[in-house]
Design a protein around this ligand. Structure first.
Ligand SMILES: Nc1ncnc2c1ncn2[C@@H]1O[C@H](COP(=O)(O)OP(=O)(O)O)[C@@H](O)[C@H]1O
Ligand SMILES: [Mg+2]
Length: 368
């Protein structure tokens, strides 16, 4: 187990600047997830930590050691990839033992390590099988076992579940979470899937175009996104956004007008914005309530999705390109074709300025 510290880490490939001034502290035993859209630099950042790519600028420390120039095998990291890359002609046991034998470990130590790892991952009954005789989930567990058997100081995962079908993914996600509870080892996990990030992480790092957009607990990112990008990336169905005009405001709150919502008094501090500023208003589907017959029923229900435990209601006219979504517990009283008014829960409304940065809630007006 060890902490990992990144200071002003940069990576360039030729003229392409891919990782930009990344500062991050991963605590001892913490489960940190890097999340962001495809191509934002998640794998590159992980490979910099593993030592599979050279660092262009900045400092990387594992525990108290600067490891910038250490080769991968001397960093004490284990890595699990999306493609398991197991040796097809070797058994599960041999796959897990291979790296240890290469490191010239005594036969008995190798055996103890492999057996202990197999016990943790419930692979004991499969040790004699070849990879082709295993299910996708079992193969993924062997790949994890191979990394864990070396007893690394840090375990790194790069989209390890992307090749599995949906139900297996949920099951393996759960197994990885429990593994972390049991081992308490430091883990860094890359995914483009915000549900995986939300469910696994102690701390989520949202990356965008090679920079850290926001770091925080799943709850912090969901409730207090600092940018419109994070607000839209975290949460499913995604947050509703609509344009809003700032009518006036000070340090204690503000008034905005949004098409379809009318005038709203909100708890955001808008003192840094000029009156008339064009803002973006965000409200999550569960915070966008519907009401009938209040004189301004300008939205029409164009689709109702029943999911068993909850219902998603889609509304027109569109705002920009997207349909607004209301979400509530099932059963729902809303029906296709009904005309409704929108009633956002004001304490859960977000406002973003022209630079897409969230306006802060006025001090003293934060919702409990
Ligand atoms: N070896 C490389 N040479 C040049 N460009 C690379 C290399 N590896 C990654 N990149 C580029 O760096 C960017 C980030 O890639 P990557 O870290 O794989 O993204 P992610 O894992 O978030 O999808 C992409 O634009 C990719 O094309
Ligand atoms: Mg990747």
């Amino acid at each position: 187990m060890a902490s990992v510290t990144l200071e002003k880490l940069n990576k360039t490939f030729g003229h392409e600047h891919i990782i930009k001034d990344v500062d991050l502290k991963v605590g001892n035993g913490e489960f940190v997830v890097f999340v962001g859209p495809s191509g934002c630099g998640k794998s590159t950042l992980l490979r910099l930590i593993a030592g599979l790519e050279s660092i262009s600028d900045g400092e990387l420390r594992i525990a108290d050691d600067v490891v910038n120039d250490l080769p991968p095998r001397e960093r004490g990291v284990g890595m699990v990839f999306q493609s398991y890359a197991l040796y097809p002609h070797m058994t599960v046991y041999e796959n897990m033992a291979f790296g240890l034998k290469l490191a010239k470990m005594a036969k008995q130590t190798v055996d103890e390590r492999v057996m202990a790892t197999a016990r943790i991952l419930q692979l004991e009954d499969l040790l004699h099988r070849k990879p082709k005789e295993l299910s996708g989930g079992q193969r993924q567990r062997v790949a994890m076992g191979r990394a864990m058997a070396r007893e690394p100081r840090i375990l790194l995962f790069d989209e390890p579940l992307s090749n599995l079908d949906a139900s297996l993914r949920v099951q393996m996600r759960n197994e990885i979470a429990r593994l972390h509870h049991r081992l308490g080892s430091t883990m860094i996990y890359v995914t483009h899937d915000q549900v995986e990030a939300m469910t696994l992480a102690d701390k989520i790092v949202v990356l965008r175009d090679g920079r850290i957009e926001q770091v925080g607990s799943p709850q912090t990112l969901y409730q207090q996104p600092l940018t419109k990008f994070v607000a839209g990336f975290i949460g499913s169905p995604t947050m509703n956004f609509m344009p809003a005009e700032l009518l006036g405001g000070n340090e204690e709150g503000c008034r905005v007008r949004a098409p379809g919502l009318g005038e709203l008094s909100l708890p955001q501090d808008a003192s840094g914005q000029p009156a008339g500023a064009e803002l973006s208003l965000g409200v999550r589907p569960e915070h966008l309530r519907l009401a009938e017959a209040d004189g301004d029923n300008r939205f029409e229900i164009v689709n109702v999705e029943y999911l068993g435990n909850e219902v998603y209601v889609y509304l027109e006219p569109r705002v920009g390109d997207t349909l607004l979504i209301h979400r509530s517990e099932a059963p729902s009283r809303w029906e296709l074709g009904q005309r409704v008014a929108l009633v956002p829960e004001l304490e859960h409304v977000h406002l973003f300025d022209a630079e897409e940065r969230a306006l802060e809630i006025a001090s003293g007006r934060r919702a409990a």
